[in-house]
Every structure is written in structure tokens, then in C-alpha cells.
Design a protein around this ligand. Structure first.
Ligand code: FAD
Length: 228
């Protein structure tokens, strides 16, 4: 990590290494939140960030945090190296922008500005060893008078790929943080999700979870931004 270049994470970094890394905990807290709930301790010791990203599961727990930090995927292949914004890396369930012979080499995350707070929350029936019914990451940068300078919201398990909730983000920026504003943004984020129903929950239940989880994440991210 450096203030100028941000964070570089090699693809083979494990969830345990990411979750315990001081710069990740201090500056990229939502990513630590995601990494520290992947499977069990044994899973976290084996599972890599690169594998979680390349698996391209809509429910991947590091995906929403990486979207909020606007990570860039550095891809290496026979024709050299290329950068792909993480939002363009996932093309569908288990489908990525990787072409024949290419590997994900590392992820680069710009340094978040001061007064930024991030959080990731996953909803699952079980506390561990389960995959997200819904996952929400929020990143807020606050200015004077609690004004929201920058808002990022990303959702997992409610679309074919992890997604940004851009309309909800736009509705927050430039306004003072408040309970009512967060409730409205959570409602907007819900309208941006297109979940399917499956064995883990109906589409309607997932929409409900997006609303309540986004609202809680906005409150928590604002708290973390104030404390940063
Ligand atoms: C018991 C269990 C619990 C789990 N719990 C969770 C959970 O809670 N949350 C969650 O998000 N996931 C979970 N997973 C899914 C999975 O373990 C994670 O996504 C993990 O991070 C994958 O990392 P890996 O290193 O094992 O990747 P692998 O499984 O080895 O790889 C996944 C895919 O990506 C490809 N790949 C890996 N690295 C690269 C690279 N650098 N470049 C190009 N392609 C690459 C592989 O070829 C493969 O196709 C769980 C899996 C198990 C078995």
C-alpha cells in the first residue's frame, strides 16, 4: 500500500492474509469484512482473492467491496498485460473477461480519501459455511456538516453479476447524511436489483433484504467515516 498508488493485492493472496493485513483493515475495511467471512477458517486459509474474483459467482463476498473501491484487474497473458475495471471483469455467472491463456495477476485499489468509511454485510441463514442470499457493500466519504462527497453501493446475489447501484449512489451525493436519506437510497438500490428466486430465498425476500441491508450499511459506513 502507498498513499499515492493505493493497494496492490496479488491474485494468490488468501482471505486470511487479506483480512489480517493492516492496510486492508485500516483503509479498505469493507474488503476485510468480506474476506473474513468466506467459508470457515480452513477455507479462508486456502481461498484466494484471485480465485474468488475469477470464479465469477454473483454471490462472491469480495466482489461488492472491490466494486465500491473501484478495483482494477491486472490481467497477464500471451499478448502482455492489460487493465480491466472490476465492473467489466464479470460478464455473467462463472464468466469473466479473461481470454484464452490469460491470468489475473493482481488487483489495484486506489487509496480512499480521508473521512471515508466502508462496510460489507452478507445475509445468510447460517452464520458460517453458507453463501450470500444478499450481500451489500457501501463506501461513503463525508465532508463538512456530514455532507456526502462520494457514495458507492454494490450488491451481490441479486443479478447475474455483482452490480453497482448507481442511481442510489447519485441520490446520496451532495446531500447531508440522514436516516431519511439513507432509507430513500435503500429503496432506490432495491429497484436496481433484479434477483431471481431460488432455494435460498424468493426474489421478493431478496429485495426486502437489499432494502434493509443497504440502509444498515449506509448508517454503519457513515459511522466508520466519522471515526476514521
Ligand atoms: C467450503 C467452501 C466454502 C465457501 N464459502 C464461500 C464464501 O463464504 N464466500 C465466497 O465468496 N465464496 C465461498 N466459496 C467459494 C470459493 O472457495 C471462493 O470463491 C475462493 O475464494 C476461491 O479461491 P480459490 O483460490 O480456491 O480458487 P479456485 O477454486 O482454485 O479457482 C476458482 C476459479 O478461478 C480460476 N482462477 C483462480 N485464480 C485465478 C487467477 N489468478 N487467474 C485466472 N483464473 C484463476 C480457477 O481456474 C477456477 O476456475 C466457498 C467454497 C468452499 C469449498
Amino acid at each position: 500500500f502507498s498513499e499515492r498508488d493505493g493497494l496492490r493485492i496479488g491474485a494468490t493472496v488468501t482471505m486470511t492474509e487479506a483480512a489480517e493485513s493492516a492496510p486492508v483493515r485500516e483503509r479498505y475495511r469493507a474488503l476485510a469484512d468480506g474476506a473474513e467471512i468466506v467459508g470457515s477458517i480452513q477455507t479462508m486459509n486456502m481461498a484466494t482473492i484471485g480465485g474468488n474474483v475469477c470464479n465469477a459467482a454473483p454471490s462472491a463476498d469480495t466482489a461488492p467491496p472491490l466494486l465500491t473501491y473501484e478495483a482494477v484487474a491486472v490481467i497477464a497473458g500471451p499478448k502482455g498485460e492489460r487493465d480491466v475495471p472490476i465492473e467489466k471483469f464479470w460478464l455473467g455467472p462463472n464468466q469473466t473477461a479473461l481470454q484464452q491463456g490469460e491470468l489475473l495477476r493482481e488487483l489495484r485499489l486506489p487509496a480512499p480519501p480521508p473521512n471515508t468509511g466502508g462496510v460489507y454485510v452478507r445475509q445468510t441463514p447460517r452464520k458460517q459455511m453458507d453463501i450470500a442470499v444478499v450481500g451489500v457493500a457501501v463506501l461513503l466519504t463525508l465532508g463538512q456538516g456530514d455532507r456526502i462527497k462520494r457514495a458507492r453501493i454494490a450488491l451481490a446475489a441479486v443479478a447475474p453479476t455483482p452490480i453497482r447501484a448507481r442511481k442510489a449512489e447519485a441520490g446520496l451525493e451532495g446531500k447531508a447524511a440522514s436516516k431519511a436519506l439513507f432509507a430513500q437510497a435503500a429503496e432506490t438500490a432495491t429497484s436496481e436489483a433484479s434477483p431471481i428466486g431460488d432455494v435460498r430465498g424468493s426474489a421478493e425476500f431478496r429485495r426486502h433484504l437489499v432494502r434493509v441491508t443497504t440502509e444498515r450499511c449506509l448508517q454503519e459506513a457513515a459511522q466508520r467515516a466519522r471515526a476514521s
